[in-house]
Design a protein around this ligand. Structure first.
Ligand code: NDP
Length: 462
């Protein structure tokens, strides 16, 4: 049977675009559909616009530091409209580049939502296409708890389009990646920021000491973190700001904007997955094997819709591996081990490998090398900023199995060290590497003494 396409991809985000472009280079006929904008969450309303806004807000700290370095007469004023609109223009430019990349690769682009009619037929608006194989790369979307007044809150999707001027008081609900990143952005741009978290500290799942460090850094930068509580109701004033937030602890406070960042869910609805035998896992994401294959024989899925490691470069890796395997004659699985990642809070957190807690649980004896210090830049500007660094070493092999840092440029540094961790570098090899002076990074190769291990408790010794 002849199909319109050898491969049809649903969703033109990072994973879908990479998979379709690489597949097309192998000489097959590829189509892709997208119901919002080509580029996906990362380019359109995630990593890219977020990072530009982080850059924008970080000037605030630079202005503060400048006085100690002899600068005076600075009376900076910020225009949210300028930042927002410039970020929007850059997103438009990237959207155009992604579209061009697809077209130049010979991929046919359909704008519209794809819905399966059967295992080989997809409806996109008024059109119907057929394909031998399908790749589902529909990503995820923000999820908000169902509380009274939730309609008054925005998610990170809308945060890039807030009306000018930026509200004076902003409340961010949640303590994950997105929450701490936006708290830093709004704080730097001059809003008074509250963060409401249901646990004692932000960033569950990261190394515990890094969590402590980030939590304290948020507070030191003037962000009011309301821990161990939840927002139970949002009241508006005649349907708009200011809003009154009521918490589980019985407190209430006023704010001008509420942003929820309480996690994301896979986009699996409305595609007709049930019709074609694509099963979901317990969390509602598409269940796949290590080749990204779904439970339907001619269908694969990559990226956030599979809820493995929800990071852009991981979706790209999965999409590329799928294309190489299915159409390039080079079978390979994506490698989800030792994936580095960063949280662009201020200062940022970056990490690769195991946390201390994971290493102790899975490897047994470990050696921990950790340090914290004031960055050189802070010495004469007297800001409160500190840097934290940690190496987790497997005692039996001397291998560095985890590297963690909170501090300026942590992501840039950890990207390089991730190569060493992936290559299985030992602590002795770290020690034999000469540092670059004066940098923060040199501390990673000069930490000589392992932290003394706590004496085993009587129960553990027995
Ligand atoms: P996360 O899952 O990271 O964090 C969700 C936060 O919301 C947690 O603090 C969670 O608390 C809290 N929460 C969940 N439900 C509720 C509730 N009902 N009431 C109150 N609090 C709640 O989600 P994000 O939205 O921050 O990010 C989603 C994904 O996007 C991440 O998995 C990440 O991989 C990706 N991402 C990556 C970035 C990067 O690489 N820099 C940047 C942004 C996103 P608790 O801890 O108690 O569960």
């Amino acid at each position: 049977m002849a199909y319109d396409y050898d491969l049809f991809v649903i969703g033109a985000g990072s994973g879908g675009v990479r998979a379709s472009r690489i597949s097309a280079t192998y000489g097959i006929k590829v189509g892709i559909c997208e119901d919002f904008r080509v580029g996906g969450t990362c380019v359109i309303r995630g990593c890219v616009p977020k990072k530009l806004m982080v850059y924008g807000s970080k000037f605030a700290h630079a202005f503060e530091d400048a006085a100690g370095y002899g600068w005076s007469g600075l009376e900076p004023k910020h225009s949210w409209a300028t930042l927002r609109d410039n970020v929007g223009k850059e997103v438009d430019r990237l959207n155009g580049i992604y579209l061009r990349l697809l077209k130049d690769s010979g991929v046919t682009v359909y704008m519209g939502r794809g819905r399966f009619m059967d295992r080989h037929t997809l409806e996109i608006g008024n059109e119907t296409i057929t394909a031998a194989k399908f790749l589902i790369a529909t990503g995820g979307r923000p999820e908000m708890p169902d509380i009274p007044g939730r309609e008054f809150a925005i998610s990170s999707n809308e945060a890039f389009h807030i009306d000018d001027p930026l509200p004076k008081r902003i409340t961010v609900v949640g303590g994950g990646y997105i929450a701490v990143e936006f708290a830093g952005i709004f704080n730097g741009l001059g809003s008074k920021v509250d963060v409401v978290i249901r646990r004692d500290r932000v960033l569950r799942g990261f190394d515990e000491e890094c969590r402590d460090f980030v939590h304290k850094s948020l507070q030191d930068s003037g962000i009011n973190v309301r821990s161990d509580t939840e927002v139970v109701r949002i009241e508006a004033t005649n349907g708009k700001a200011p809003y009154r937030l009521h918490t589980k602890k019985g407190e209430s406070f006023e704010t001008d904007l509420v942003m929820y960042a309480t996690g994301r869910v896979a986009n699996t609805q409305g595609i007709g997955l049930e019709k074609v035998g694509v099963q979901l896992d317990k969390k509602g994401a598409i269940a796949v094997d290590e080749w990204s294959k779904t439970t339907a024989p001619n269908m694969w899925a990559v990226g956030d819709v599979t809820d493995r490691l929800n990071l852009t470069p991981v979706a790209i890796m999965e999409g590329h591996a799928f294309a190489d395997t299915e159409f390039g004659g080079k079978p390979r699985k994506g490698d989800h081990r030792n994936v580095p990642s960063a949280v662009f809070c201020q200062p940022e957190l970056a990490t690769v490998g195991l946390t201390e807690e994971e290493a102790r649980r899975t490897l047994g004896e470990v050696r921990i090398f950790a340090t914290h210090f004031a960055p050189m830049k802070s010495t004469i500007s007297h800001n409160k900023q500190r840097i934290f660094m940690k190496l987790v070493v497997e005692a039996a092999t001397d291998k560095v199995v985890g590297v963690h840092m909170v501090g300026d440029d942590a992501a840039e540094l950890i990207q390089g060290l991730a190569v060493a961790v992936k290559a299985g570098a030992t602590k002795a090899q770290f020690d034999s590497t000469v540092g670059i002076h004066p940098t923060a990074g040199e501390e990673f190769v000069t930490m000589r003494n392992a932290r003394p291990e706590p004496a085993p408790t009587k129960a553990a010794a027995e």
